[in-house]
Design a protein around this ligand. Structure first.
Ligand SMILES: *Cc1c(COP(=O)(O)O)cnc(C)c1O
Length: 394
C-alpha cells in the first residue's frame, strides 16, 4: 500500500514545518509567563504581539482587535454568547443559517433553550447559498446579531459575505462570521466586507491545534468570556498559549503568502477530480456551488452507496476522506448541511467529502478516482436497490 493520501484537510491539516520551528523555542527557551515582570518573560510577550500583528495584517484589522482563544469552537461560543448577553437589553433575536457548524448551531440551541433568545435559521438554496431576500425578511427590531459562516466545511460553498455585511450595517445589526474554513484560503478584509466579528482556528491552516482567535471590531460591546486574569484585554483570562500563538501567527502569514499559488493548484486538481468523477462514474451528484466554492473542497453523492462503506474501502488504499463532517460521523443521521440543500436521506447517505491540500498531486488524484470507480462499482454490484433500479432501466 505504502503512501497515504490525506484528503481530509477540512477536518484538520498538517502543521507546517516552518510553523513547528517557530514554536519550539517557546517551549524550552522562552518559557516565561508573559504576564511576569522580569526581562526573561518579555520574549513571550513580544512574540504574542508579533503574532497578533501577523494575523491582523491578513484581515486588514488592528492588532488590538484580535483575541486569542482555544480554537474555532470557543470563538464561535464567545461571539454568540457574549454578544447576546451584552445586547439583550436591545433585543433577543439572532439570525443564523441551517448549514452552520455545530459550534454555532448548538450554541444557538443553548441560547434559545436556556437564555431566552429567539433564533432564525435561514434556509439555503440547492447550492448551499443564503438568499439575501430571506435574510432581509427575517430582520426584526429585536435583531441584534447575524451570524453566517464564510464558507461551509462540508460542501465548500462561499456565502455573499459583503452583501450580508451591507445588510447588517444598514439595519444597525452586528455581523459575525465563522471563517474557520475561509481564513487563509480566500482573501478576507474585515472592513471591505463589513464584518464585525470573525472566528478562526489555526489547525485548519497548517497551524497547531488548540489555538484560535476571535476578531472583535473596536467599539463593539463584548463582555469578558473567561473570568480571571487580565490577559487578552481582560476578556479571556488564562496564561497565554505562547507556542500556539506564535505558530498561529506564522501559519497565518504563511497562508497569506502562499495563497495565490497554493489555491490555484488546488482548484486545478479539484476541478480535474470533479470532472473525472462526473464523467466516469454514473449516478453521481456534485454538492455545493461550483463557482463560489472553497479551492480545496470536493463533495459528491453516489446513488445506491453507503458513505461509511465507501470510506472504509478507501481507507484500505490509504485514502483518508470524510462522509459528512467529522463531528457527526459515528452517528447515522445524514449531515444537516446535505439535508438543507435538499438532498433526500438516501442520497445524502452516499456522500463523500474530499478536501485537498497543496501536497496532493495529479497522480494522487488519478489514483483516488481510479479506486473510487472500482469501489463504487463493487458496492453497487452488492446492492439490491441498484439491482432493482437497473432492471427497471431495461
Ligand atoms: C473546524 C471548524 C470549527 C471548529 O474549530 P475547532 O478549532 O476545531 O474548535 C468551527 N467552524 C467550522 C466551519 C469548522 O470547520
Amino acid at each position: 500500500m505504502g503512501k497515504m493520501i490525506y484528503l481530509d484537510n477540512a477536518a484538520t491539516t498538517r502543521t507546517a514545518p516552518e510553523v513547528v520551528q517557530a514554536m519550539l523555542p517557546y517551549f524550552t527557551e522562552y518559557y516565561g509567563n508573559p504576564s511576569s515582570v522580569y526581562d526573561f518573560a518579555a520574549k513571550g510577550k513580544e512574540a504574542i504581539t508579533t503574532a497578533r500583528e501577523q494575523i491582523a495584517n491578513v484581515l486588514g484589522a488592528k492588532k488590538e482587535e484580535i483575541y486569542f482563544t482555544a480554537g474555532g469552537s470557543e470563538s464561535d461560543n464567545w461571539a454568540l454568547k457574549a454578544t447576546f448577553e451584552a445586547y439583550k437589553a436591545k433585543g433577543n433575536h439572532i439570525i443564523t443559517t441551517k448549514i452552520e457548524h455545530h459550534a454555532i448551531l448548538h450554541t444557538c440551541e443553548y441560547l434559545e433553550k436556556e437564555r431566552g433568545a429567539k433564533i432564525t435559521y435561514l434556509d439555503v438554496d440547492e447550492n448551499g447559498i443564503v438568499k439575501l431576500e430571506d435574510l432581509e425578511k427575517a430582520i426584526t427590531p429585536e435583531t441584534i446579531l447575524i451570524s453566517v459562516m464564510f464558507a461551509n466545511n462540508e460542501i465548500g460553498s462561499i456565502q455573499p459575505i459583503r452583501e450580508i455585511g451591507m445588510i447588517a450595517k444598514e439595519h444597525g445589526i452586528l455581523f459575525h462570521t465563522d471563517a474557520v474554513q475561509a481564513f487563509g484560503q480566500v482573501p478576507i478584509k474585515v472592513d471591505e466586507l463589513g464584518i464585525d466579528m470573525l472566528s478562526s482556528s489555526a489547525h485548519k491552516i497548517n497551524g497547531p491545534k488548540g489555538i484560535g482567535f476571535l476578531y472583535i471590531r473596536k467599539g463593539i460591546k463584548n463582555r469578558s468570556f473567561v473570568h480571571g486574569g487580565a490577559q487578552e484585554r481582560k476578556r479571556r483570562a488564562g496564561t497565554e498559549n505562547v507556542p500556539g500563538i506564535v505558530g498561529y501567527g506564522v501559519a497565518a502569514e504563511r497562508a497569506e503568502r502562499t495563497m495565490e499559488e497554493r489555491t490555484a493548484k488546488e482548484i486545478e486538481i479539484r476541478d480535474y477530480m470533479i470532472r473525472r468523477i462526473t464523467d466516469e462514474i454514473p449516478y453521481v451528484k456534485v454538492n455545493g456551488d461550483l463557482k463560489r466554492r472553497l479551492p480545496n473542497n470536493i463533495n459528491v453523492s453516489f446513488q445506491f452507496i453507503e458513505g461509511e462503506s465507501l470510506l472504509l474501502m478507501l481507507d484500505n488504499y490509504g485514502i483518508c476522506a470524510s462522509s459528512g463532517s467529522a463531528c457527526t460521523s459515528g452517528s447515522l443521521d445524514p449531515s444537516h448541511v446535505l439535508l438543507a440543500i435538499g438532498l433526500p436521506h438516501e442520497i445524502a447517505h452516499g456522500s463523500l467529502r474530499m478536501t485537498l491540500s497543496e501536497e496532493i498531486t495529479k497522480e494522487d488524484a488519478d489514483f483516488t478516482v481510479d479506486k473510487l470507480k472500482e469501489i463504487v462499482q463493487n458496492l453497487r454490484s452488492m446492492s439490491p436497490l441498484y439491482e432493482d433500479f437497473m432492471k427497471k432501466q431495461k
